[in-house]
Design a protein around this ligand. Structure first.
Ligand SMILES: [Ca+2]
Ligand SMILES: [Ca+2]
Ligand SMILES: [Ca+2]
Length: 539
């Protein structure tokens, strides 16, 4: 090693050491929270639920995020927008009130960039609003009521900007999933009952919608959970914009579909259900379709015979059935006795990468699973169509705080997903429907592993420099601490990687201009890079 390089490395170390000291105070708060951007500190106990409702839309360089806050005056649907070119977040916009903690939003966008959102009820009419301006969440048209006794909206947009809204409706017995449609410029019509429980009383569906690549075929996965004995995960599709539905092989389904008429992907035998009385036996709510029109359904099982909880990815096989892959096996570092499952999310981005987000939790000691304190989030990414996966923990292990209700950005018709974002709730579920809590809501970009992006927000900037500086010299380091060459330590080589990717963002745009304090790091980084280039040229 040349004398010059040693000197420059030493200078780099000294400068970064000083910066580590300088930033210690700033880092104290950041070290207490998981990765990502803190979108809100007033999240409700279901701030980012429910998984079937898309809550993130990226249009151009702007990402819009929707969730459910609460204040002393009640529940409010909120939105906030992130400018990926400047790295700046907008103020928080209030969309409207919601009935209780079940009233969170479903978000979509049309071909002109207008945002559409459905929200509010728990056995009441959906509320719907359209943004006044394209790609702008700050102003909205008047609220419109849809349906009568609805809960859990999903919303997607067709090629002609017709909106497709589904939700559970409880004004008939047994309860149903209804589909409402709204052609561009017209009012809402419907409903068409597309799914129905077997028996009267409480029922839950978690239906999720995804377009095929033709932007005409709708793929639907759902859960059947009712007051009787039916616990199943099913699938059906429609090639005519939701008018008629079939199984995957084209067998017609008489509407409303039931657990007897859909493709049944999973059915839990009645003898295995009694262990859990809380409805966690089967959970679903996530479907994605690849560019060949093949659907993938994410769900979990949790029975007395299959603890801990198991997350499955199902896709049609050649024999008319469904092949299932156990995703738990791909979660690195999953502690013994912990399960992986949903609430979760599934997206295939515009480069064909598959992203699954799972909630992991201590199933041995916390059998409830719903907002259980141990809950953390893990991201699985597949570059080969789901054959193999790499995993990364999105949150650290905090035994007190549930990190849960992940909602991943997904395509809803006109918003191809390049780098999916994720929002999740960090905080307790509360005891009832109306608890006023102050949960944290975080946004994270599920970026390709950009070298230097320690915080994984899709950009390499001062936040990453702070992270690296705070962990300078660590000998048991992870990527998140700044060990970008993954040699276990944080040192000059990592600083050089960070500097080499400075201002890189997931969308390829430039990040914000460095602040004065960061100029110091910038100078160090340039020297380090110059050193490396000099050595290469000299060798
Ligand atoms: Ca936790
Ligand atoms: Ca970053
Ligand atoms: Ca390193």
């Amino acid at each position: 090693m040349s004398v010059a390089r040693v000197a420059i490395s030493a200078l780099g170390s000294a400068c970064l050491g000083l910066m580590a000291f300088y930033w210690t105070a700033c880092e104290a708060r950041a070290a207490d929270v998981p990765d990502g951007f803190l979108v809100s500190e007033y999240g409700s106990g279901r701030a980012t639920g429910y998984a079937e409702a898309n809550k993130i839309i990226t249009w151009g360089d702007t990402t819009h995020v929707a969730w459910l806050d609460c204040t002393a005056s009640g529940f409010e649907v909120k939105m906030r927008s992130f400018d990926r070119t400047s790295g700046h977040w907008s103020p928080i916009y209030t969309i409207s009130a919601a009935e209780d903690n079940h009233g969170g939003p479903a978000l979509s966008v049309d071909s002109e960039g207008y945002l559409h959102v459905a929200y509010y009820p728990h056995h009441d009419a959906f509320r719907y609003r359209k943004s006044l301006y394209p790609n702008d969440a700050s102003a909205w048209e008047d609220e419109v009521l849809v349906g009568q006794a609805c809960t859990y909206p999903t919303l997607v947009c067709g090629p002609d900007d017709t909106l497709y809204l589904t939700g559970r409706e409880s004004n008939v017995s047994p309860w149903v999933v209804n589909l409402y449609t709204k052609p561009a410029g017209s009012s809402w019509s419907g409903p068409t009952s597309i799914l129905q429980a077997d028996v009267g009383g409480y029922a839950h569906f978690m239906e999720a919608l995804a377009w095929g690549p033709d932007h005409q075929t709708l793929h639907l996965s759902c859960r059947f959970y009712d007051a009787g004995s039916c616990h199943a995960v099913g699938y059906m599709k429609s090639t005519d914009f939701g008018q008629t539905w079939t199984r995957y092989d084209g067998t017609p389904i008489t509407l409303p579909g039931t657990a007897d008429t859909l493709d049944v992907i999973e059915m839990i035998d009645a003898a295995d259900r009694s262990y859990f009385t809380n409805g966690m036996t089967l959970r679903s709510g996530a479907i994605a379709v690849d560019d060949s029109g093949v659907p993938y359904v994410l769900y979990n099982t949790l029975t007395g015979l299959s603890r801990p909880r198991q997350a499955w990815l199902a896709t049609p096989d050649a024999g008319g059935g469904w092949q299932k892959q156990l995703l738990n096996d791909w979660v690195d570092g999953l502690p013994a006795g912990w399960g992986a499952g949903v609430y979760g999310g599934l997206t295939i981005d515009d480069r064909g990468r598959m992203h699954a987000v799972l909630q992991i939790a201590d199933d041995t000691n916390e059998p409830n699973m719903f907002g259980t304190p141990s809950s953390e989030l893990v991201w699985l990414e597949s570059l080969d169509g789901g054959t193999s996966w790499t995993s990364r923990l999105l949150t650290d292990f905090d035994p007190v705080t549930p990190r849960w209700l992940p909602s991943i950005e997904r395509p809803t018709g006109h918003n191809p997903v390049n780098v999916p974002g994720l929002i999740y709730t960090s905080g307790e579920k509360g005891d009832g429907l109306h608890d006023i809590l102050e949960d944290d809501v975080f946004w994270v970009a599920l970026s390709p592993m950009i070298p230097g992006d320690a915080t994984r927000d899709g950009m390499v900037n001062e936040d990453d420099a702070r992270r690296l500086a705070a962990n300078w010299g660590s000998t048991s380091a992870t990527w998140d601490m700044g060990d970008f060459d993954e040699d276990g330590t944080v040192g000059p080589a990592d600083a050089a990687i960070l500097a080499g990717n400075w201002s890189s963002s997931a969308g390829g745009a430039e990040a914000s201009v460095p602040e004065p304090a960061v100029g110091l790091l910038w100078s160090v980084a340039v020297m380090l890079l110059a050193s490396r280039r000099h050595i290469r040229q000299g060798s």
